[in-house]
Write a protein that binds this ligand. Structure first.
Ligand code: PRP
Ligand code: ZN
Ligand code: MG
Length: 224
């Protein structure tokens, strides 16, 4: 998109959506949101919001399809590993770490499992939406287990007989609790980052980005 408007990808619906919009609004960027629409135009700045699945945001920025993205480090790291395995470039600029979207990617097992330690995972199947981060962790720990890729409802996999354990995001722990799972190993810690595509932007757009970042720093400072 080589429009004159700065394009920012944000999560459409999920843990990060509300906070992402709140942050942009706190920076003085106003939007006219229609729940169902993919695009939202700012009424105060030459900015367009692209509302997509969080998993798609790293790729959109890395491919230069959008200028900026607000994205969890979990999906960012997964996409980076995926591209490195496929020998595809994954460049982007990390502008700021933002103080929301805190969570951890953890391995959890059913509460009936008598879990003694990592080696118990040898030969097991682990359901996850983050197979690359999981594989890389298992490799460094010398554990032979099989990631089972699920894009959703990972927490029901053990009960459904699809896996022995899961590796999923944990924030409050309510999802694990509700599904009779116990967190055992934290393998990755995540928060939100604002990232920019690596190809340079027009002077106009880059100026707008600098202005946004200055406001963002002010907003984050005021919260401390
Ligand atoms: C994560 C994870 C759990 C939930 C955990 O999903 O998959 O469903 O959050 O949070 P809790 O510990 O507070 O219960 P997420 O919101 O990232 O949505 P997604 O799986 O649809 O991407
Ligand atoms: Zn997701
Ligand atoms: Mg989920």
């Amino acid at each position: 998109m080589s429009s004159e408007r700065l394009t920012i990808a944000v999560q459409k619906s999920g843990r990060l959506s509300k906070e992402s919009l709140k942050l942009l609004e706190a920076c003085g960027v106003k939007f006219n949101l229609h729940e169902q629409r993919l695009m939202a135009h700012s009424t105060s700045h030459p900015i367009d919001l692209l509302r997509v699945r969080d998993d798609d945001i790293p790729g959109l920025v890395m491919d230069g399809v959008v200028d900026l993205g607000l994205v969890g480090e979990n999906v960012l790291e997964e996409e980076r590993l995926e591209r490195s395995i496929k020998n595809q470039p994954s460049s982007f600029q990390s502008l700021r770490r933002l103080d929301f979207g805190f969570c951890r990617l953890s391995i959890a097992v059913p509460k009936e499992t008598n879990y003694q330690g990592l080696t118990d995972l040898n030969g097991s199947k682990i359901a996850t939406t983050y197979p690359r981060i999981l594989e890389s962790y298992l490799a460094t720990q010398g554990i032979q287990a099989k990631p089972v890729m699920l894009t959703g409802s990972v927490e029901v996999a053990p009960r459904a007989g699809l896996a022995d354990a899961i590796c999923d995001l944990v924030s409050t722990g309510a999802t694990l609790e509700a599904n009779g799972l116990v967190e055992q190993e934290v393998i990755f810690r995540s928060q939100v980052q604002i990232i920019q595509r690596s190809e340079s932007l027009s002077d106009e757009k880059q100026k707008l980005v600098s202005k946004l970042l200055a406001r963002l720093d002010g907003v984050q400072l005021a919260k401390e």
